[in-house]
Design a protein. Structure first.
Length: 414
C-alpha cells in the first residue's frame, strides 16, 4: 500500500513554506520602461498620481450651467454663451442668464448646478427649466476620481488592461517594474525526441518542456531553453553549470526519480544543495528543490501530468515570489459533491483532474475526467479543476463531499 512508503515524504504545505522561506531574501532587480511596453509586467513601486482627476470642475451632462440666484422667480433664462469640451466659456456672465454647456466642458466660475437638457425647454425668450434644481448637480469636481499625490496602484501587481489606461490618463509615460525573471529550462532523458520528428523505437515526444515553456511564458518569464540533455552525468553537470550562469531559476524535467539513469539528484549534490526531495502528493512525488551557486533549482518529475502539477502547485508561487508579484493568490478550495466514485489509496495528498459544474439546484458538483494515470495528459484538457483528496483519505463513493480547486489562467481552458 502507498501509505507504507510515505513516512519520509514532505507535505505540500511544508514544501511550499520551506521554498518561500528559503527564497525570502532573494534580491529583486527593477527597471524603468515605457508604459506602452509594460503589459504583463509587475510594478516595482507604487503608482502615484501627479495630477487631479478630473483636473478641473466639469459638466457631467449636456445641458445648461446656472446660478441658483438667477433662477429664483425666473423660470426662463436667456442663454449668454456656450462652454464646450476644450473650449471654456469666455468673458462676463451677465446676471439672469444661463450658459449652454456640453459634457466634459469646464464649469464657468460661479456655477451652482448643471441642468441636463432633458429637463429644459427651448423657448423664443430663452431656456425654461422644468424640474427642481439641486445645488451641485451634474458637476464633476476637481480630484473627485483621483486626488493629486495619492497612491493609485500598489507595487507588486501585474499591469494589464484594467490598470494601463488608468496610468495613461495620469500622463505617466514610464513605469518602474520588476525585471523579468530569467528561467533556464531543459529536459533530461535518452528517450525524448523533438516534437515533429519521427519517433524511433522506445522514444516519446518531449512534451514536458513544451508545456513548462508555455506556462513560463504566461507568467512573464524570460526563458533560456537548453533543450534535451541526454542521460550522461558529464552532459548533465555541464548543463547545470551553464544554466546557473545565465538564470535566476533553473528548471529541469525528469531525472529526479530513483532509476539507474536518473542522475539529476546526484549531480545536484555535487554542484549545489538540495533542500528537499520527494513530496507526499500524487502525482508528483519526485520533485526536488535546491540552490546552485547563483540560481535556485526546481527538478520536476518526468511524467507529463506530474510535471505540470508540481509546476502549478509549487513553481508557480515560487516564480510569483521571486518576481515581486505580491498580489498573487493561491488557488481557493471549494466544497463539491462528487457524482462519480474516485479511486485513492491513503498516504499522499491526491490531485485528480475533474470537471465541476452547478446542478439545477445551484449546487457545486464534480466528476472525474476518467483514468488518472500520470501519463494521461488529456485529463487537463478535459477538466476544469483539481479534485483535492486528503492525504489519509481512501476511496471516495459517489455522493461524498470533496474539495476542488478550479484551474487558474495557467491551465484554464479558454
Amino acid at each position: 500500500m502507498d501509505h507504507c512508503h510515505t513516512s519520509n515524504l514532505i507535505s505540500l504545505e511544508q514544501a511550499l513554506k520551506k521554498l518561500l522561506n528559503l527564497t525570502a531574501t532573494s534580491p529583486i532587480t527593477t527597471e524603468t520602461i515605457n508604459l506602452t511596453e509594460s503589459a504583463g509586467r509587475i510594478t516595482a513601486t507604487e503608482i502615484i498620481s501627479p495630477i487631479n482627476v478630473p483636473a478641473f470642475d466639469n459638466s457631467a451632462m449636456d445641458g445648461y450651467a446656472i446660478r441658483l440666484a438667477d433662477l429664483n422667480g425666473n423660470p426662463i433664462l436667456p442663454m449668454a454663451g456656450k462652454a464646450l469640451a476644450g473650449m471654456p466659456f469666455q468673458g462676463e456672465w451677465p446676471a439672469g442668464s444661463c450658459i449652454r454647456i456640453m459634457t466634459g466642458a469646464p464649469i464657468p466660475a460661479g456655477t451652482d448646478a448643471v441642468v441636463m437638457q432633458e429637463q429644459t425647454e427651448v423657448t423664443e425668450t430663452g431656456i425654461r427649466f422644468t424640474y427642481p434644481v439641486k445645488p451641485g448637480q451634474n458637476i464633476r469636481t476637481i480630484g473627485e476620481d483621483i486626488s493629486q499625490n495619492t497612491v493609485v496602484l500598489p507595487k507588486g501587481i501585474r499591469l494589464s488592461t484594467a490598470q494601463l489606461p488608468l496610468i495613461a490618463s495620469l500622463g505617466i509615460a514610464t513605469v518602474d517594474v520588476v525585471r523579468k525573471l530569467k528561467v533556464a529550462l531543459f529536459s533530461t532523458g535518452d528517450e525524448l525526441q523533438a516534437i515533429g520528428e519521427p519517433l524511433q523505437a522506445g522514444q516519446i515526444y518531449d512534451t514536458n518542456r513544451f508545456a513548462i515553456r508555455l506556462m513560463l511564458e504566461k507568467l512573464g518569464c524570460e526563458i533560456v531553453d537548453l533543450g534535451v540533455i541526454r542521460d550522461d552525468p558529464d552532459a548533465l553537470r555541464q548543463a547545470f553549470i551553464e544554466a546557473d550562469k545565465h538564470a535566476d531559476l533553473v528548471i529541469s524535467s525528469g531525472g529526479v526519480s530513483v532509476g539507474e539513469a536518473d542522475y539529476t539528484k546526484q549531480i545536484l549534490d555535487e554542484v549545489g544543495k538540495i533542500s528537499f526531495w520527494k513530496l507526499a502528493i500524487k502525482p508528483g512525488k519526485p520533485f526536488a528543490f535546491g540552490q546552485l551557486e547563483h540560481a535556485w533549482f526546481c527538478g520536476l518529475p518526468g511524467n507529463p501530468v506530474s510535471a505540470v502539477l508540481t509546476f502549478y502547485q509549487l513553481v508557480q508561487p515560487l516564480i510569483a515570489h521571486l518576481s515581486g508579484f505580491t498580489a498573487w493568490q493561491p488557488p481557493m478550495r471549494l466544497k463539491a459533491r462528487t457524482t462519480t466514485p474516485l479511486k485513492k489509496s491513503p498516504g499522499r495528498l491526491d490531485f485528480q483532474r475533474g470537471m465541476a459544474s452547478l446542478n439545477e439546484q445551484g449546487e457545486l458538483e464534480v466528476q472525474t475526467t476518467g483514468h488518472q494515470g500520470s501519463h494521461i495528459f488529456s485529463s487537463y484538457s478535459q477538466g476544469n479543476c483539481f479534485i483535492v483528496l486528503e492525504r489519509e483519505r481512501g476511496h471516495v463513493a459517489a455522493g461524498e463531499t470533496v474539495q476542488i480547486e478550479f484551474f487558474n489562467p495557467l491551465l484554464k481552458n479558454q
